[in-house]
Ligand binder design. Structure first.
Ligand code: ADP
Ligand code: MG
Length: 367
């Protein structure tokens, strides 16, 4: 129940071939020590984060240096953990979470390029084998598209699911599918299937731009494998010694278990309609995306105030903020990965991401 700050790290992707070819200047420079310097035209500003990964950082360096491994371990220990990637369209969010898109169906991405998600799955399965506990793993995968929640694991055409609230569960999605898995191949397959159902459109900034917010949640239920017969039957106070949190003390009839979650959120990119050449349906999408990101930004800036001075947090303003309520303001542990392009052409979006991310560093939760 101790107050814990959100951990915010920054990733600056390399200039793309197109950006290099057109002679874009690099305006974001990592100074080491978790700081970046933005230097262009009238701007000269320095921002600090828990870690900064520059163009040369490998996917592995991001996994190890961002605290992602610890987040996986905390989920196994029964906490609600969330990592979310945000930034302008084309800034590298999906790349950071999932790695590059496979070139063909049969040729998956090189192992070194796998993203935070696949590395976390591997770590989770490794831990489940090495710890003396029996882990039951399942996954659900949702997208929020045009303010509708859709199940990405359910076969057939997308249908909207209701988002509800009650006192014990907080906000939750009714009837979402949760699929059990036991191997790396199985979860990688669920991720691939779901991602293919996700709504994407090609526009000027990114050929495979995600037009929805996607939330993949791994539910981790761990039952301690005990040498003591009394624990196996779930009787007596022995189980309690293993559960310092009263909330985690199991019902007398169940065996002692912890239920954690690990949620990966790939936010749709922030962008200005005029830059992406969006019109018609695309501009409706863009407006919905921008509206929910604005609601998120608004919640974050209110949450960033000291606890005593906080007013009502308007989680109900969008589906996204309802689903993230626990991670942002409640009992979750959250890692934010802000992604930016180093190009001079993206300067204003980059500065807005950096300000947004700096503000998020002041947000606290009570895990
Ligand atoms: P977003 O999800 O933020 O819209 P993407 O992850 O799709 O952006 O990245 C946009 C493009 O930049 C893709 O072609 C991707 O492969 C490339 N890219 C992003 N980050 C990196 C990186 N760290 N190293 C190399 N290429 C990257
Ligand atoms: Mg994306």
């Amino acid at each position: 129940g101790k107050e814990t700050r959100l951990r915010v790290v920054l990733r600056v992707r390399p200039l793309t071939c197109t950006e290099t070819r057109r002679g874009d200047q690099r305006v974001v420079h990592s100074l080491g020590d978790g700081t970046v310097h933005v230097n262009a035209a009238r701007h000269d500003a320095t921002f600090g984060f828990s870690a900064v990964f520059d163009a040369g950082s490998s996917q592995e360096a991001v996994f190890e240096g961002s605290g992602m491994r610890q987040l996986v371990e905390l989920a196994i220990d029964g906490f609600s953990c969330t990592v979310f990637a945000f930034g302008q369209t084309g800034s590298g969010k999906t790349y950071t979470l999932m790695g590059p898109l496979p070139q063909t169906e049969t040729q998956p991405a090189a192992p070194g390029l796998l993203g935070l998600m696949q590395r976390s799955f591997a770590c989770l399965l490794e831990q489940s084998r090495s710890r003396s506990s029996d882990l039951a793993l399942s996954a659900s995968y949702l997208e929020i598209y045009n303010e509708q929640v859709r199940d990405l694991l359910r076969p057939g055409p997308p249908c909207a699911l209701p988002l509800r609230w009650n006192k014990t569960r907080g906000f939750y999605v009714e009837n979402q599918l949760s699929v059990d898995f036991e191997s790396l191949e199985a979860i990688a397959d669920l991720l691939l299937q779901g991602s293919q159902r996700r709504r994407t459109s090609a526009h000027a900034l990114n050929r495979h731009s995600s037009r929805s917010h996607a939330l993949l949640t791994i539910h981790v239920c761990s039952r301690a494998v005990s040498m003591h017969p009394a624990l196996g039957t779930g009787r007596g106070g022995l189980g309690r010694e293993h559960h310092p949190h009263p909330m985690l003390v199991p019902q007398p009839s169940a065996c002692p278990s912890k239920q954690g979650t690990l949620c990966f959120v790939d936010l749709a990119g922030s962008e200005r309609v005029k830059e992406t050449g969006s019109s018609g349906e695309l501009s409706v999408e863009a407006n919905n995306i921008n509206r929910s990101l604005l609601a998120l930004g608004h919640c974050i800036s209110l949450l960033a105030k000291p606890r005593g001075k906080r007013t009502h947090i308007p989680y109900r303003d969008s589906k996204l903020t309802r689903l993230l309520a626990r991670s942002l303001g409640g009992s979750g542990i959250t890692l934010m990965v802000a992604c930016v392009s180093p190009s001079s052409r993206c300067l204003s979006e980059t500065l807005s991401t950096l300000h947004y991310a700096s503000r998020a560093r002041r947000v606290t939760t009570r895990p």
